[in-house]
Design a protein around this ligand. Structure first.
Ligand SMILES: [Zn+2]
Length: 202
């Protein structure tokens, strides 16, 4: 885990250049995406997970962290469809159990993570129909999920809405972030987000 602000960490993975986040409060913590590496659960016992969206690389390890609350947007469906996508990348079968969100929201919800305020926002469809932006106001950190990628272009699959993507990023930038953590790649600043290319529809 790499510290990027007081009590805020990122975990970088070689696999798909994935980036997870952790916000630590007093006796509680929030993991941003569960990822694919169940070994992380030996290091981190979060009281909550928030799923930024339902792509397999962001959600498959959730089971390893239970018991904990699993937060997501209300349109975040975790079902066997994810495994079909996974099968395009990996030959070995997925052997865990898929875990659906236990707590959902529509536009915004504020969580208390051990005395620390964390806001979850949905600014409309872009990378998926149900992207969640995680804001830690006390240190200006925003976790963007796959709305932002560093080191590779942002990706728009069949479930993306590229025409709304810039609007969603503008809403994210209104949070005035000091650091933006992408779903893949290293943390970036607001200027990177202002200048990033929006992917074309496929
Ligand atoms: Zn994604």
């Amino acid at each position: 885990m790499i510290g990027i602000a007081p009590g805020v960490f990122v975990r970088r993975h070689d696999e798909l250049d994935l980036t997870l986040g952790l916000v630590v409060g007093d006796g509680e913590s929030l993991l941003v995406d569960s990822g694919m590496d169940v070994a992380l659960a030996r290091e981190v016992r979060p009281s909550r997970i928030v799923l930024t969206h339902n792509h397999f690389d962001h959600v498959l390890a959730t089971e390893a962290f239970l018991p904990c609350e699993v937060w997501a947007h209300e349109d975040c469906v975790v079902d066997a469809g994810l495994l079909e996508d996974r099968a395009k990348y990996y030959d070995d079968p997925f052997t865990g159990t898929l875990v659906a969100p236990t707590h959902t929201f529509r536009d915004t919800v504020t969580l208390d993570v051990g005395g620390r305020r964390v806001d979850l926002h949905h600014f409309g469809p872009a990378h998926t129909s149900h992207d969640v932006v995680v804001h830690v106001p006390d240190c200006g950190v925003v976790f963007a999920g796959d709305l932002v990628e560093q080191g590779a272009p942002a990706q728009a699959g069949p479930d993306a809405t590229p025409s709304n993507w810039r609007h969603v990023l503008d809403r994210l930038l209104e949070l005035d972030p000091r650091v933006v953590v992408p779903g893949h790649g290293d943390p970036v600043d607001a200027q990177f987000v202002r200048e990033m290319a929006i992917p074309e529809a496929r």
